[in-house]
Design a protein around this ligand. Structure first.
Ligand code: BG6
Length: 467
């Protein structure tokens, strides 16, 4: 074993959240409704009206992040606080809220890393067709301009769209699928194309307006294994990797459709209409870094076309198979979380290597983490050794990847503080900070430091050396 390289100085140790999952105050201070606010909530789990009430408690939350030693905080701005109707009038109270949040972060020297759009499309835009309507591209560009004008003096790291690939592959789990559609994939890939154009325009605008700022995409990326060494399974893994991962990053970085993904779109009849000028703007928009979320790897096998390839459980980490392209498979080598997600730290190293080998851009991990039913014990104690173990193993793999020569500049796991999961409620917890509430009982929303809080604090203090 050769010597491990140290984490770089000024590495962004931090944590992540998203506006609709942590803020609450869903209709306060002029905020308009988003698609999430208007969706029918999944039965048996909480809604997104109050969540962790970070909107009112952010000062206390940021103080706790500072106590942990955070160097960076990755959060999202709710489009509907800035433009309640998606476009048109700016809501100054929305601007003021994020100014105060950024002020608070600066007080402790915490770098803001801002996601512009994390699943919460303004409902007013959705009513006019959402991402199917090209007007949404203009609205996103206008929104981006407003963000750059108002926060560009202090925000140096921008993320365009969170997990665009999950929005396309698992819209059901995020609550944004129109179930009345006859050929949903065709529509989704048209929306996908529009989002890619919107992202490219935002990247161009960012570079024009803010020469010192950096911007990048934030998809969910994970290595794809073939179910066996059968050559057909490797082909299937290539197909799925192209459709799930590279389509998004190849477009962001190279400005072109990945050829394997494109041949799949053509074969299925899902290929989008590309308007004049689209490919030019897609080529012009370039990221400065790649942010990505990693929870687990995935395993696929050859499509057997026997009617069993297509399975949809609604969970964003289940694979929706595609007849003729690939079928989902389980990995017998991996253990699972309480929620059935496979745990694969070594796959994290492979993922880091693969992304860096393809694009040679600096990487930042904007999500990684373990959802569990944490328990609040007597005397305000929350023991979560399973989470510590999960992070130890994943952080070790980052260091190995750094030793392999991969440029990584930050780790912002999910989540800084407990919040509401996309479709599994508030009892599926991810945070270093416990929020005292139950699924349907808001209790006092008190913040309690978990065992992992103290562990992460020590890890950050030693720049990742003491795990
Ligand atoms: C990512 C999302 O997909 O995974 C987050 O960006 C999400 O918004 C996280 O919360 C964990 O997933 P879930 O479904 O457990 O909330």
């Amino acid at each position: 074993h050769h010597q491990l390289k140290a984490f770089p100085e000024n590495f962004f140790w931090g944590g992540s959240t998203s506006a609709y999952q942590v803020e609450g105050a869903w209709n306060e201070d002029g905020k308009g409704p988003s698609v999430i606010d208007m969706a029918n909530h999944v039965e048996g789990v909480t809604d997104f009206k109050v969540t962790s009430d970070h909107y009112h408690m952010f000062k206390e939350d940021v103080a706790l992040m500072a106590e942990m030693g955070f160097k960076a905080y990755r959060f999202s701005i709710a489009w509907t606080r800035i433009y309640p109707q998606g476009a048109g009038e700016v809501n100054q109270k929305g601007i003021a809220f994020y100014r105060s949040l950024i002020d608070e972060l600066f007080k402790y020297g915490i770098e803001p890393i801002v996601t512009m759009y994390h699943f919460d499309l303004p409902y007013a835009l959705e009513e006019r067709g959402g991402w199917s309507n090209r007007e949404t591209i203009d609205a996103f560009e206008q929104y981006a301009k407003t963000l750059f004008e108002n926060f560009g003096d202090r925000v140096k790291y921008w993320l365009t769209i969170n997990e665009q690939n999950m929005l396309i592959l698992h819209p059901g789990s995020i609550g944004t699928l129109d179930t009345s559609l006859e050929n949903p994939q065709k529509v989704l890939y048209q929306q996908n194309h529009h989002m890619l154009v919107a992202q490219a325009r935002a990247m161009v605008l960012c570079h024009d307006m803010l020469p010192d700022a950096k911007i990048g995409p934030a998809p969910n990326i994970g290595v794809i294994y073939p179910a066996s060494s059968k050559p057909e399974d490797t082909l299937a893994a290539d197909n799925y990797a192209a459709i799930r991962n590279w389509l998004y990053l190849d477009m962001a970085v190279f400005g072109r459709y990945n050829h394997i993904a494109w041949s799949y779109l053509i074969e299925k009849g899902y290929d989008p209409v590309i308007e004049e000028g689209d490919m030019e703007i897609l080529a012009k928009g370039n990221p400065d870094f790649i942010a990505f979320n990693y929870y687990t790897s995935q395993t696929v096998g050859e499509s057997l076309d026997d009617g069993n390839d297509f399975s949809h459980t609604g969970d964003q980490h289940e694979i929706v198979g595609e007849p003729g392209a690939y079928r989902g498979s389980v990995n017998p080598n991996l253990q699972k979380t309480e929620f059935g997600w496979e745990i694969d730290p070594v796959g994290f190293r492979s993922t880091l290597r693969q992304i860096y080998s393809r694009y040679h851009l600096p990487l930042i991990v904007t999500e990684n983490g373990l959802g569990a039913f944490d328990k609040l014990e007597e005397g305000d104690v929350v023991n979560d050794p399973y989470r510590i173990d999960f992070f130890k193993k994943h952080i070790e793999q980052i260091q190995l990847a750094i030793t392999d020569g991969v440029e990584v500049f930050g780790f912002c796991p999910w989540s800084a503080i407990d919040l509401v999961s996309t479709h599994q409620g508030s009892s599926k917890r991810y945070g270093f900070i416990y929020v005292d509430r139950e699924e349907f009982d808001l209790k006092d929303l008190r913040r309690i430091r978990k065992q992992s809080f103290y562990w992460y604090q020590k890890l950050i203090a030693t720049n990742g050396e003491i795990r």
